[in-house]
Design a protein around this ligand. Structure first.
Ligand code: ADP
Ligand code: MG
Length: 259
């Protein structure tokens, strides 16, 4: 067992400066964040406040230029299967069935055929796609594709899923259905999720904790523990209170000079 006092992901005074020729952009300054196993954490903030940068640092796609980025207390030096990024279009392989998409990680690691099938079937069942194992991605709904993408990450031994505005391009109804599905999969699997959004309602609906960021340079302003019971009612008074609070937090940055 892991020492439960150690966060799965931790940033200590982490900063990121991008340099392009003579120009440099401070995308993130002094970020402190600890995500515990099983938590659902949402990053929220205006465009350009460093949300994607922070997520890519957690994934290991970008290195911090100052401070520390740790997983289980060990510096993150690059991408690894323990942190799976789920992309907006889910990145499924169209030529592979649901089972083969989910078994892709174990197969590319050279696991024995029987083990690949057992792993794939285990995660197919976990996300409730037993009847769809032989189906191809183009035959699946958006919600089912999301399930496959998450199962694929889990089959690759991921302990943490990173999602960057995955529902940003969707209509409101589809988005709400996928949010419900995501909460359901999360509570069933005990997964840890770090989720970027700029939609206040989405953050309050999904998260155990909302981390508010602001631009110029990008940084973390505040964190809020959302103590509402699940399933959450977006029409309740308590939800509205959170909506008001986070909205005033986010809008307090308007009018300030962006950097
Ligand atoms: P967000 O996801 O919150 O919109 P980003 O992390 O994408 O914010 O960007 C933060 C800042 O860093 C922005 O000013 C953006 O233009 C800049 N930036 C992001 N990625 C790069 C990059 N690869 N090279 C240079 N600048 C970047
Ligand atoms: Mg972004």
């Amino acid at each position: 067992m892991r020492d439960s006092s150690i966060p799965i992901l931790e940033m200590k005074n982490a900063g990121k400066i991008y340099t392009q020729g003579a120009r440099s952009i401070e995308a993130l300054r002094g970020a402190n964040l600890a995500v515990r196993k099983g938590e659902f954490v949402c990053l929220i903030g205006a465009s350009g406040c460093g949300k994607s940068t922070l997520l890519r640092m957690a994934a290991g796609f970008e290195a911090a230029t100052s401070g520390d980025t740790l997983m289980w207390d060990v510096p993150i030096t690059g991408p690894g299967p323990s942190r799976g990024m789920v992309f907006q279009d889910y990145g499924l392989f169209p030529w592979l069935s649901v089972r083969d998409n989910i078994g892709f990680g174990p197969r590319s690691r050279g696991r024995p055929r029987a083990e690949i099938k057992a792993t794939a079937d285990h995660f197919i069942e976990l996300v409730g796609l037993q009847n769809f194992a032989e189906i191809y991605p183009h035959q699946l709904s958006g919600g089912m594709k999301q399930r496959v993408a998450i199962a694929r990450v889990l089959a690759n031994d991921a302990e943490m899923v990173l999602m960057d505005e995955p529902f940003g391009a969707l209509d409101a109804m589809t988005r709400e259905r996928l949010q419900d599905e995501l909460v359901e999969i999360w509570s069933r699997t005990g997964l840890t999720v770090l989720f970027v959004t700029h939609a206040i309602d989405e953050a309050i609906f999904l998260a155990d904790r909302v981390v508010v960021m602001s631009p110029g340079p990008g940084r973390i302003d505040n964190e809020y523990t959302i103590d509402l019971p699940r399933p959450r009612d977006v029409a309740s008074n308590d939800f509205n209170e959170w909506r008001r609070l986070l909205s005033s937090q986010l809008h307090s940055h308007h009018g300030r000079k962006a950097g």
